[in-house]
Design a protein. Structure first.
Length: 66
């Protein structure tokens, strides 16, 4: 089984960290910054297969290129 490694924490500059911290304080939440990977371009057949799996597992899945 392949492990999920398509997404990782984003590298933020010090000013970006401060900006995120201000939002966390204002909103009363914890924010995580992730680097955005590229979504996979799926065939209709593969998309249907993933949607079937989502229904079976009662989850939402996102396909990324790795």
């Amino acid at each position: 089984m392949r492990t999920m490694n398509a997404m990782g924490y984003a590298s933020l500059k010090p000013e970006q960290v401060k900006q995120v911290q201000r939002y966390e304080e204002d909103l009363g939440v914890t924010l995580l910054a992730y680097a955005k990977p590229a979504y996979s371009k799926l065939s209709e057949e593969n998309l249907r297969r993933i949607q079937d799996l989502e229904r079976d597992l009662k989850l939402s899945l996102v396909a990324y290129d790795v």
